[in-house]
Design a protein around this ligand. Structure first.
Ligand code: PXG
Length: 300
């Protein structure tokens, strides 16, 4: 079935959702985006995703031509028009139509697109058994060049790492920063468990401040874990008791081998498994209701 896409104030069949070849999102990767999920009729952490989108836009001096409230409503309405209760949502705001030069001042107004689709997950067995990963040669963007905190349309850094992963046959990889500290995966944040500590790299080393990462840190604190944002190296990962990745698409996925070194027992550990269960509950039970208005109308 063809999807309905939101583009610049209109809901159109996907074949009609077209962006100009002069859009600087297309010409230069000049724009920002969000990947959001809906579970069980609710959009998970919608406000947090919208806030991050507007923060990314602010950092690149891109004016989003609508309020945050209208953006939230646009996401909900796009899901409703596609009749979904579980979905992957892609919000894209690009610089808009300009000329062939770099100058963003030539672009009159930003292009806003919202696409919803079914999510394609890693196979279930990878969640049960855990994934094996390697570190890649491609270093994560330097924070002074293009901050990884900006979720920009310029993802070549991560795509180059993904190509290394594909060539070597790994589903995900670990990226290091230019100093050799562990930062994140290509589309996920990383955690290690060592003794009673749950450790994830701090923002300043060069990561996207993942919304799943924040949710996991919060849940872990509530469960009484000693949660820390600390820099660490590959050595700390090799010698960790447990390791896992977090992201909107991947959720929580255990990691059982890094660069040929078995992590802990070589099976998903107890802290990882408990957090996976807690996260599942959180996604099923919290979030912004998609069909709230319809349900309220039906009740009257
Ligand atoms: N780091 C990076 C570099 C990311 O792109 C995350 C961490 C996790 O953040 P959230 O907020 O989702 O917990 C991301 C997530 C994909 C995909 O298909 C993932 C992302 C972007 C595009 C595609 O896995 N971002």
């Amino acid at each position: 079935m063809g999807r309905t896409v939101y583009i610049d104030g209109r809901f159109v069949p996907e074949e009609e959702a077209k962006v100009s070849v002069f859009d600087h999102g297309y010409l230069y990767g000049d724009g920002v985006f969000e990947g959001i999920r809906a579970y069980n009729g609710r959009v998970f952490k919608l406000t947090e995703h919208i806030n991050r989108l507007y923060d990314s836009a602010k950092a690149i001096m891109l004016t989003i031509p609508m309020s945050k409230e209208d953006m939230e409503e646009t996401v909900l309405e796009t899901i409703r028009r596609n009749g979904l209760t579980d979905a992957y949502i892609r919000l894209v705001v690009s610089r808009g139509r300009g000329d062939l030069g770099l100058d963003p001042r030539k672009c009159q107004s930003a292009t806003v697109v919202c696409i919803v689709d079914k999510i394609v997950l890693f196979p279930k067995e990878l969640y049960d058994r855990g994934i094996k990963v390697m570190t890649v040669a491609t270093r994560r963007n330097n924070v002074d060049s293009l901050s990884p905190r900006i979720k920009s349309l310029n993802y070549l850094n991560n795509i180059l790492a993904k190509i290394e992963a594909n060539l070597a046959g790994y589903p995900e990889v670990i990226m290091l920063n230019s100093e050799g500290y562990v930062v994140e995966g290509t589309g996920d944040n990383i955690f290690i468990v060592k003794g009673n500590k749950l450790i994830t790299p701090p923002t300043y080393v060069g990561i996207l401040e993942g919304i799943t990462r924040a949710a996991v840190m919060q849940m872990a604190k509530e469960a009484g874990h000693d949660v820390r944002e600390e820099v660490f190296t590959r050595h700390d990962v090799y010698t960790a008791d447990e390791c896992f990745f977090t992201g909107t698409a991947a959720e929580l996925i255990p990691c059982i081998e890094v660069d040929g070194r078995t992590i802990g027992s070589g099976t998903p550990g107890p802290v990882t498994k408990a957090l996976m269960n807690a996260f599942k509950r959180l996604t099923q039970e919290t979030g912004t209701p998609i069909y709230r208005k319809t349900q309220e109308a039906a009740a009257i």
